[in-house]
Design a protein around this ligand. Sequence first.
Ligand SMILES: OC[C@H]1O[C@](O)(CO)[C@@H](O)[C@@H]1O
Length: 553
Amino acid sequence: MVGVAVFPIAGTADLSRVEAPVTLKAYLLCAFAAFGGIFFGYDTGWMSGVLGMPYFITQYTGIQYDYETGQPIGVDPTAFALPSSTKSLMTSILSCGTFFGALIAGDVADFLGRRPTIIIGCAVFCVGCILEMASTNQVALFVMGRLVAGLGVGFISATILLYMAEVAPRRFRGALIASYQFCVTLGILLANCVVYATANNNGTSSYRIPVGIQFLWALILGIGLFVLPESPRFHVMKGKINAAVRDLSLVRGQPIDSEYIKDELAEIVANHEYEMQIIPQTSYIGSWMACFQGSLFKGNGNLRRTILGAGMQMMQQLTGINFIFYFGTTFFQQLGTIHNPFFISLVTTLVNVVSTPVSFWAIEYLGRRPLLIWGAIGMIVTQLIVAVVGVTAGRADVHDDNAVKTMIAFICIYIFFFASTWGPVGWVVVGECFPLPIRSRGVGISTASNWFWNCIIAVITPYMVGNEPGSADLGPAVFFIWGSLCVLSLAFAYFLVPEMKGLTLEQINVMMEETTPRKSGGWRPTRTFATQMGRVRDDSRPGTGKPESLATV
Ligand SMILES: OC[C@H]1O[C@](O)(CO)[C@@H](O)[C@@H]1O
């Protein structure tokens, strides 16, 4: 730390603290970190297409395929598919790995730092890819590869989010974290493009090319992270104030002795010290338990933050979005009238990509909570339309081309609602709602919750829509289930999500301690909080500032 001055820490932060101007460097830094979302999306995206690849199916079922006519030999085309159990296992095992990866990542990120944890995630991910590539027709090896790659993705997905939330400037934090989700959608699109290009290859290149390309993402992110600064909040946690000053000045693009840096660091340190007094870190287990302490309704405890973070991710998955991205290709195949289901899958992923940036603006302008509420309403309506059209006229035995087109149009509108609201906002809320002493664990638990429900969807949906014996053969009626689950998402957003727009992480922290659930709708900052934030200086409580969004509450 030669050349870096020891920083004088004030007891409390200035209420009217002005944040450093957002430099291009700050944007680029977050944008690069967001690139980690590519892993998440790409790994989610390629499996759906590979499961529908003729070469892949012939390898694992033994049924031969005629590439000239584009038809399987000796069986009905709708029977040319992997058994539901294999589809379910190959798809869901990734989420199993990511679930554990995300849970472990929090500890590693607190011990080694955010950056090394992401680099380790990249290395583990590469090992998983090698195993996947090595498998020809051994289900076990392929599944093992997905599990290990999943561990890596779990590490990366939880830690990137933590890193971004900690380094992003507050005014654009929502939009920048949303760009992580944008990269998830780009990853799905890239996977679909690659799969589309190789789908009809008659050889192992059909699936080895999509799998092999993933090394590129690991290489870019892994190498890039060597030059990015560490999160200043991690240094504060470790008591390394000089390193925190240095890295804060790097991420803000301001000189180390500037007032901006002094003020922001004072706020981070003061808030951390305060939180350490109220969150007992007595032992390893004790510090995990801290995530579940307190009351759901009032007081300082973290339980409601954990419920908020994990619940957001649960509800995000229960909207049914991965039904489309995991099983879209095979679902469209089963509708009977679609000649190129790979193309329809490509269209759905494209809609997902172009809709996500809408949230960059809306999240900062309209706020998190309204977006979640309107997104849930949009998803309920569109999914019910898909279900009704589907069960009346969209089934394979009816062969109504117009009905199928209507379903696809409404599936695209449903994806628009998801992509511009619940997709990104889910991550933003998770990145924002935990105090520093438990942030890495809280983000890990929430990310693990996303993957847990992701896994449940991956395991059960092939059986819900499959048409073989033992499967429920729900077909398009499955959208009644997703639509109903979106009603729960709506209630969750309405009653449990407080608005965090425009606040620093430290101010959110204060607000979360002060918010109360109101019968008339949602959690609201209490009068005390509004007073502290907007009108009266309270020197007994560190980490308070004057957010515009609450000045009039
Ligand atoms: O954009 C859709 C994708 O976004 C996620 O929900 C993560 O936020 C993934 O599970 C899904 O595949």
